[in-house]
Design a binder for this molecule. Structure first.
Ligand code: NAD
Length: 500
């Protein structure tokens, strides 16, 4: 095996007792193991503050697989690859002990010096850990080394630049894998395939034929236990700066000259560079924020955001954002709005992209109320698939039209659930494929765009608009799109199971 064999690696998880590790990372590693993508030559070192033994850690791994995968096949073999090291992220001695254990495991499992450092910890520790990994010799290795960083990458452009400068002291850009787990989702990865592998979409994918694009990511859940973090973040930083803008980039970018990491990233960066900056007075014209009040979700009464645990009773934090984004390049100039909408405590849990095509120039069936615009709907989650909305003739003697939906369900086609985003991303990282991770240039440009909006909101004295829990956001979000002569498509009506 050569030293770049990706299934050969030591994976160090910082924050191994945390929620992300338990819910996502261990189940994903287990799936990879079961599929033979991780064979004998891998080991995992978990680190966190708790003084666990290797055995206690393995019991926790088994619990996690039991709870989140519901299986126990080969579980003893799998968990035997896991080791635990109590760790204080600020203390060099901890890293020196970690290095000794890493070297032992390197020999025991023939890992060829390959190392992945996964930072599943609070972001304030990212820079410190990266510093220590280099200073205490963990990056002195003959194999590959890769640093995986969870979101959020900074709080604004300035803090992101500081963090990046710090990390770059220890790792070059090509060794940094910034996670945006939306990029691991099957249907987000499908956007490029739908666009660039189908002869009938690409010619229409421009300002001449598309009237608007709507990207919605709605949650039914409230802030739950995340209030401390969320109060300093809000929906703009938590969802728009990363996931929503990444989906927009994939929808708007030019075809890359080939499917390599650099070429795809370069096309996405061009989209961010072409994003029309929204600043000053324009912010209130192009963006709407909101905060959930009390309401009803699934017939249960729920409290408003300000009454949630650890939330300031006068909080101005937005739990909802809607925006209109314009891309000033040859493909999109002239007015194809990209509307985005994301929030908590909304009517439904759903991430969908609706591409609405322009009406045909001369409509012979204009007197027919049923005639609908053509839509391409990309269902990201929880259902995965594609629906194409067309008009066809109603059966019978007359020439009445009927809306019909051509439907592809991704889950149904494979007969199994598609792999969890983290499984794909871990696999890519093991293979050294950084395409579905965000490059620094993308992060910087997205912060630059988003900072202009938050600056205005932070200086606004007026009360943040409220929406009742269980609704699709404040009235202002409806007006934002109605002013352009459009409306938000009802996500429940578009669901795959509601298709004819
Ligand atoms: P968590 O609070 O559940 O876990 C934090 C981990 O860090 C624990 O293992 C804890 O022991 C360890 N830790 C904290 N301080 C330490 C110290 N001083 N020294 C050593 N270890 C220390 O957090 P989480 O929810 O697992 O999130 C981890 C990261 O992943 C965060 O950056 C978060 O934003 C990101 N993230 C989490 C989720 C999720 O679903 N939980 C989703 C997306 C991103």
């Amino acid at each position: 095996m050569n030293s770049n064999d990706s299934s050969t690696s030591l994976i160090m998880i910082f924050g191994a007792t945390g929620d992300l590790a338990k819910r996502k990372l261990y189940p994903s590693l287990y799936h990879l193991y079961k599929k033979g993508k991780l064979a004998d030559h891998f080991a995992v070192i978990g680190t966190a503050r708790r003084p666990w033994s290797h055995e206690e850690f393995r019991e926790n791994i088994k619990d996690s697989i039991h709870s989140f995968v519901g299986a126990d096949e080969q579980i003893d073999d799998f968990s035997s690859h896991f080791y635990y090291q109590p760790h204080d992220v600020t203390d060099s001695d901890s890293y020196i002990q970690l290095k000794t254990l890493a070297e032992e495991l390197d020999t025991k499992y023939s890992l060829q010096g390959n190392r992945i450092f996964y930072l599943a910890m609070a972001p304030e520790f990212f820079g410190t850990i990266a510093d220590h990994l280099k200073a205490d010799g963990l990056t002195d290795t003959t194999g590959f080394k890769r640093l995986v960083i969870e979101k959020p990458f900074g709080h604004d452009l300035e803090s992101a630049e500081q963090l990046n400068a710090q990390i770059r002291q220890s790792f070059p850009e090509e060794e940094i894998y910034r996670i945006d787990h939306y990029l691991g989702k099957a249907m987000v990865q499908n956007i490029e395939v739908i666009r660039f592998a189908n002869a009938f979409f690409e010619p229409l994918w421009n300002n001449r034929y598309i009237s608007n694009i709507q990207i919605t990511s709605s949650e039914k859940l409230g802030v739950e236990e995340r209030a401390r973090y969320y109060e300093t973040s809000g929906a703009l930083r938590d969802m728009v700066q990363n996931h929503m803008l990444q989906m927009l980039a994939l929808l708007a970018m030019e075809p890359p000259i080939r499917l390599t990491t650099d070429e795809i990233r370069s096309e996405k960066v061009k989209v961010f560079r072409a994003l029309r900056p929204i600043e000053g007075n324009e912010v209130n014209e192009y963006f709407v924020r909101g905060q959930y009040g009390p309401g009803t979700i699934d017939k249960n009464e729920v409290v408003g955001y300000r009454d949630e645990m650890n939330v300031d009773p006068d909080s101005q934090t937005e739990t909802f954002v809607a925006g209109k984004l314009m891309i000033d390049n040859f493909r999109w100039a002239g007015g194809v709005p990209f509307y985005i909408r994301t929030g908590k405590r909304m009517t439904t849990k759903s991430t969908k992209i609706v591409i609405q095509f322009k009406d045909i120039p001369m409509n012979l069936y204009n007197n027919n109320e049923q005639l609908q615009p053509n839509l391409l709907v990309i269902h990201i989650q929880p259902d995965e698939g594609i629906t194409l909305h067309l008009n066809a003739k109603k059966s019978g003697q007359n020439m009445q039209t009927n809306p019909v939906k051509l439907n592809f369900s991704n889950e149904g086609s494979n007969g199994i659930n598609t792999p969890e985003a983290y499984e794909k991303l871990l696999y890519d990282c093991l293979h050294g494929d950084a395409t579905n991770f965000t490059h620094w240039d993308e992060v910087a440009l997205s912060w630059k765009f988003v900072d202009k909006i938050s600056e205005v909101w932070e200086q606004t004295n007026s009360e943040i608009p409220k929406y009742a829990s269980g609704t699709m956001g404040p009235e202002e979000a409806e007006k934002l799109i109605e002013n352009d002569g459009f409306f938000w498509w009802n996500l429940n009506d578009l669901d795959v199971e509601n298709c004819d």
